[in-house]
Ligand binder design. Structure first.
Ligand SMILES: [Zn+2]
Ligand SMILES: [Zn+2]
Length: 426
């Protein structure tokens, strides 16, 4: 019995090794893909798509033209897809149609703000702008689709392209998960452009990367004094109750009440956001916010109502990177960019709805550099002066494609998806 088991496992090991690439061959994939992504044909495809999307920005769950543009490009490349997913989303598929399945994701939505940058491809829609770089994210995923489709014979499994509806506040990722898209997928990767990191570099970390976030209490109380006390007490939640090593943020960004300087209003509405790095601290903070508001209102003999999801904004969980997937990103990006250009980052107070994916399956989210020190500093996210350095597009496309291709080669035997389940389910 013992002998046979040993014999069988040696046989399987040999078959597996003869089927797979050497480590030198594996490490060439990322550099080859980067060179491919820098070809004029791929660059033009990305730059053109990005500029068209930038000129016609669409906000949460209204990305109909963006979705159409994506589908047209996938049609041109001969890539199959499913649509609609979560209203405007598109999910494409490249490769064998068999396991393993690895997903790469881009968000599609713009922001409700006016662009201040004067350039040829400025937003044509007043009050709407791509100020977070999601136009570039779509373009890079299309670039990755092109690279992968042109190398589809070499794929040892299936890459799933997830073009998701809104990320900003409305949580398109949550709807994508609810539509069952992740059910057949082994792992997922996503990226966000960064205005601070140098071009040709990436940054990430294993474990908690980005805070979870919630929309704060919108409350109606009477009158202004009670609301002022509430705001002061809410600040004490962070400065006095939170562990200084367990970062939390409570921000009140809205205070509305009163019409005239000498009339006490009937009600005041305040609103804001709160963030924390663990689900436990997040839930504790949420509980205390409600207690503080109600108690402070009662002191002033007011009534307070607390609503944790005003304007349909939903709470995002903490974005946590799986350690094995983070290591995989580090290896692939290191082969492409050099290990010195793969940086560790501190957990950030920003939040991302990629967390809905990495809650369900192993995932890794990372930042892609766009900064060029010989040029002017790039304006920050959500600024009306935000711009994209289009030189970063080939890096994003090649990273998406390489991370996915190498995943299929290196994690081939570990897929939990059975052969039978897969075919038309995507
Ligand atoms: Zn944003
Ligand atoms: Zn963003």
């Amino acid at each position: 019995m013992g002998f046979w088991r040993l014999f069988t496992s040696i046989l399987i090991l040999n078959l597996f090794l003869s089927n797979s690439l050497s480590s030198a061959e594996l490490s060439e994939i990322p550099t080859n893909f980067l060179n491919y992504a820098k070809q004029p044909e791929v660059v033009n495809l990305m730059v053109d798509a990005r500029r068209r999307i930038h000129q016609n920005p669409e906000v949460g769950f209204e990305e109909f033209e963006t979705s159409k543009l994506i589908r047209n490009e996938l049609d041109k490349m001969g890539i199959e897809y499913k649509h609609p997913i979560a209203v405007t989303g598109v999910v494409g598929m490249i490769g064998t149609g068999e396991p393993p399945f690895v997903a790469i994701r881009a968000d599609m939505d713009a922001l409700p703000m006016q662009e201040s940058v004067e350039w040829e491809h400025k937003s044509k829609v007043p009050g709407k702008m791509h100020a977070c770089g999601h136009d570039a994210h779509v373009a890079m995923l299309l670039g990755a689709a092109k690279i992968l489709q042109d190398h589809r014979q070499e794929l040892k499994g299936t890459v799933v392209l997830v073009f998701q509806p809104p990320e900003e506040g409305a949580g398109g990722a949550k709807k994508v998960v609810e539509d069952g898209i992740l059910e057949n997928i082994d792992a997922i990767f996503g990226l966000h452009v960064s205005v601070d990191l140098p071009i040709g570099s990436v940054a990430s970390r294993p474990g908690a990367l980005l805070a979870g976030s919630g929309s704060i209490p919108q409350q109606t109380i009477d009158p202004i004094l009670a609301a002022s006390n509430v705001i002061v007490s809410l600040q004490h939640l962070v400065s006095r109750e939170a562990d200084p090593l367990d970062s939390q943020v409570v921000t009140v960004g809205k205070f509305q009440g009163g019409e005239a300087f000498n009339v006490i209003p009937d009600s005041v509405t305040i609103g804001g956001t709160f963030r924390a790095f663990s689900t436990a601290s997040f839930m504790q903070l949420k509980k205390r916010i409600e207690e503080v508001i109600k108690a402070e209102a009662a002191v002033q003999r007011c009534n307070a109502t607390v609503d944790f999801s005003p304007d349909n904004k939903i709470s995002f969980p903490v974005t946590t990177n799986n350690k094995v997937m983070h290591k995989h990103l580090e290896n692939v990006a290191g082969d492409m960019l050099g290990t010195e250009n793969v940086k560790d980052m501190q957990p950030s107070m920003g939040s991302e709805d990629f967390s809905f994916y990495s809650e369900v399956i192993p995932g890794c989210f990372f930042f892609l550099g766009m900064a060029n020190e010989t040029r002017a500093k790039l304006a920050s996210w959500h600024s009306p002066n935000f711009t994209i350095n289009e030189d970063a597009l080939p890096y994003g496309a090649a990273l998406h494609a390489s991370v996915a291709t190498r995943y299929l080669l290196e994690f081939e035997s570990k897929s939990h998806i059975s052969d039978r389940k897969v075919h038309d389910e995507l």
